[in-house]
Design a protein around this ligand. Structure first.
Ligand SMILES: CC(C)[C@H](C(=O)O)[C@@H](O)C(=O)O
Ligand code: SF4
Length: 406
């Protein structure tokens, strides 16, 4: 799929290892990188965005601003957007990847570059989404193009169906464990899911691909995607395509999984970690902050209370998610159970604000990274899990499965 998309969007047919120069359909810049992006554009390149309608800036990582310097950088990003006509999604609109998907700024066969490593998320709809640094992002905005080495592909296939209580997050964690944290470095993880998984679940799978080092994570379109998008024939992989690695996951034997500190591929069954005392539970992020994730959490939390001594933070991934969860009563269920609700955005995911951890604290999070110091102090510990497991843990105050609630 990577070869096919890069061939189609470039000026020649390319194969793994070749250098491709391709059209870029969307360039996404996050708040934390906006200042260096603007500097590259104005000082180094002395250029305006070639196609302003193909550039968006999202204020999501530290939103609302936490310090004067963050506020100043965001002010400059707003001014830049007003001057150049690029789209600005400001405080509260949500996490960049969720927002781009909701705004229709990532589509099958598109090339979407983001100044954020989890730009692999767009692979959920077969867009070649990948993260790049401020310099490459600025070059793409100024020229409308980018260049990259065509990645080799890893084929991931599934056998059987998930049992109740096991989610796409568990599949994603198991996939990362199987490949290893650097097991797919600069490769394209091509996920053959058949008609399984919703768009949101596919976003969870594609999102985690970068945690195996992948350049891109492409989910072969099927199921719900075919009803939501026009999928061009040329995005599908050819019969007999070449893969450098092939793995098969048997979904029917998968249990709820959890990634223990401090590497994402340190994955265990939740039952092995059960009972560990937890200070904070965080449900949200570009991995698991969507409506279906809040539903899964609310289903577990309904009629229960968060354990005294444990904090439950719930941050919807976007304003649209928040609105839908307000309308259908999900937020009320969560609030009544004792959750603390936050402004749509990244929240404490990368430890900048809204719930950073003290030394020695333990957090169960639905996010995608549990590195040392990721959410605050270097002596805090982060366990990654699904929304249902996170919710059960909040009620018990200890790592738990929904079935433990009785
Ligand atoms: C701030 C941003 C550049 C960073 C990333 O690239 O992923 C962040 O989103 C993260 O998850 O660590
Ligand atoms: S939610 Fe977390 S992982 Fe996703 S973009 Fe924000 S900081 Fe990065």
């Amino acid at each position: 799929m990577a070869e096919k998309i890069l061939s189609r969007r470039g000026d020649k047919v390319v194969y793994a290892g070749d250098l491709a120069v391709v059209e870029v359909d969307q360039v996404m810049v996050v708040d934390s990188i906006a200042q260096s992006f603007i500097e590259r554009m104005q000082k180094d390149l002395a250029a305006l965005p070639k196609y302003p309608e193909r550039v968006s800036i999202v204020v999501d990582h530290v939103a609302p601003a936490s310090t004067v310097s963050v506020a100043q950088a965001q002010k400059e990003a707003r001014e830049y957007a007003a001057q150049t006509g690029v789209a600005l999604f400001d405080v509260g609109r949500g996490i960049c990847h969720q927002v781009l998907m909701e705004e229709g700024l990532a589509k099958p066969g598109w090339i979407v570059l983001g100044s954020d490593s989890h730009s692999t998320t767009y692979g959920a709809v077969a867009a070649f989404g990948t993260g790049m640094g401020a310099t490459d992002i600025a070059l793409a905005a100024a020229s409308g193009k980018t260049w990259l080495r065509v990645p080799e592909s890893v084929k991931v296939t599934f056998k059987g169906e998930l049992r109740p209580g096991v989610s796409a997050k568990d599949v994603a964690l198991e996939m990362i464990r199987t490949l290893g944290a650097d097991g797919a470095t600069y490769q394209s993880i091509e996920i053959h899911a058949g008609d399984r998984f919703t768009r949101g679940e596919r976003m969870t799978l594609a999102n985690l691909c970068v945690e195996a080092g992948a350049k891109v994570g492409l989910v072969v379109p099927g199921g719900e995607i075919l009803t939501l998008y026009d999928v061009p024939d040329w995005v599908y992989p050819d019969e007999g395509a070449a893969y450098v690695q092939q793995i098969e996951l048997n979904l029917s034997i998968l249990n709820p999984r959890m990634s223990a500190p401090s590497e994402v591929d340190n994955v265990h069954d939740v039952s092995e970690l059960r009972g560990l005392k937890v200070d904070q539970v965080f449900i949200g992020t570009c991995t698991n902050g969507r409506l279906e994730d809040l539903h899964a959490a609310a289903e577990v939390l309904k009629g229960h209370k968060v354990s005294p001594g444990t904090r439950l933070l719930v941050i919807p991934a976007s304003s649209q998610v928040m609105e839908a969860a307000m309308e259908d009563g999900t937020l009320l269920t969560l609030q009544r159970a004792g959750a603390v609700l936050g402004t749509p955005g990244c929240g404490p995911c990368m430890g900048r604000h809204q719930g950073v951890l003290a030394p020695g604290e333990v957090c169960v999070s639905t996010s995608n990274r549990n590195f040392i110091g990721r959410m605050g102090d270097k002596d805090a510990q982060i366990y990654l899990a699904s929304p249902a497991v996170a919710a059960a843990t909040a009620v018990m105050g200890r790592i738990a499965l929904p079935g433990d609630l009785g």
